[in-house]
Design a binder for this molecule. Structure first.
Ligand SMILES: [Mn+2]
Length: 332
């Protein structure tokens, strides 16, 4: 690993059993490790990506670099078992926590390759990587993992913004253009943005996405502003074995009433419950091979509300995917 990109282990205090033996928290079943090889049986791998340089370059409000440890802190306090369904997350295979990638603006490009390496190793090992962003530039680094692993991929993005800006430099507004234009052709136009807002995108970029073969499901056309139907349809469109789906959840897609701590907060958007449903659906969709959550900004948050919502979404994903694995499904 480059000296400019450091790997910080997650805070060890999070991985402890609680005082009540009848109440096991997620932190007690997660294991901290530097390499995936240290936990060969893991079903899930957590990796944080501490950057908001892309947000800064895109004139957004910085702070997302501080999100991974905040989301993790809330996540590990949640229960290891879904009490309603009786599903124990990981079902004996567990979660490995690979810590966070930390780097300065000078290593913005190098760090993408580093995250790509981690994601690729997970994909090749049949482990589902869960990436804690970071601004939305995280998703391009996430995509690079599929390139390195030699896997064809579709991107399903819950986001009010298309994030396909044409720019002289990589920002949080460019990741999906970078992926669409990557020389590997691994994405091949399979870009699906769900929840795009009419006032927040330029017609030129709408045309661009369509020209490339992608799709847009508009927020304004969703019944009661609920993304469930188009979201599930996009996730389930890839039943073929040679295309895996990477899901990215932009916290900006949630109304600021529920998620005030984001880089581009908006009073209109999905409810917290709709956001959690989207995470659940991603866990349930067999073609989905990885997940990221981006744009949580702790300095702009209110009492940890947004970081906690991100943690709950990951928990929903973990439960749904564990249940799918128990039934013999899930991307490999
Ligand atoms: Mn975005």
């Amino acid at each position: 690993m480059s000296k400019k990109v450091r790997r910080l282990a997650a805070n060890g205090d999070l991985f402890v059993a609680g005082h009540d033996s009848h109440d096991t928290k997620l932190g007690a079943i997660a294991r901290s490790a530097h390499h995936l090889e240290a936990a060969p049986d893991a079903a899930f791998a957590l990796i944080g990506y501490r950057t908001d340089e892309g947000v800064r370059r895109n004139s957004g409000r910085p702070g997302a670099a501080l999100a991974p440890p905040e989301i993790r802190r809330h996540l590990y306090k949640l229960n290891a078992t879904d009490a309603r369904l009786g599903v124990r997350i990981g079902e004996g295979r567990g979660i490995v926590d690979l810590g966070d990638l930390e780097f300065g603006p000078e290593a913005f490009e190098e760090a993408k390759a580093e995250l790509g390496h981690v994601v690729a190793r997970c994909l090749l090992a049949g482990v589902v990587p869960i990436i804690l962003g970071g601004g939305h530039s995280t998703s391009y680094a996430h995509f690079l993992g599929y390139v390195e692993a030699g896997r064809n991929v579709a991107i399903v993005n819950l986001d009010p913004h298309l994030d396909v800006r044409e720019a002289t430099q990589s920002t949080s507004g460019t990741p999906f253009r970078e992926a669409l234009e990557h020389s590997s052709g691994r994405l091949a136009g399979r870009y699906h943005c769900v929840g795009a807002m009419a006032h927040a995108n330029s017609p030129a970029y709408v045309e661009y996405v369509k020209y490339r073969g992608g799709t847009i499901d508009w927020f304004e056309e969703m019944a009661a502003g609920d993304p469930a139907a188009p979201w599930r349809a996009r996730l389930d469109a890839y039943r073929v074995r040679d295309v895996r789906v990477m899901v990215t959840l932009d916290m900006d897609s949630v109304s600021s009433a529920f998620a005030p701590g984001t880089s581009a907060a908006s009073p209109v958007g999905f409810t917290a419950a709709q956001f959690l449903d989207a995470a659940w659906a991603a866990g349930e969709a067999p073609a989905v091979a990885s997940l990221d959550i981006c744009e949580v900004s702790p300095p702009l948050d209110r009492d940890g509300q947004t970081a906690r919502l991100a943690a709950l979404a990951i928990h929903r994903f973990l439960v749904a995917r564990t249940r799918l694995l128990a039934q013999g499904g899930g991307a490999a």
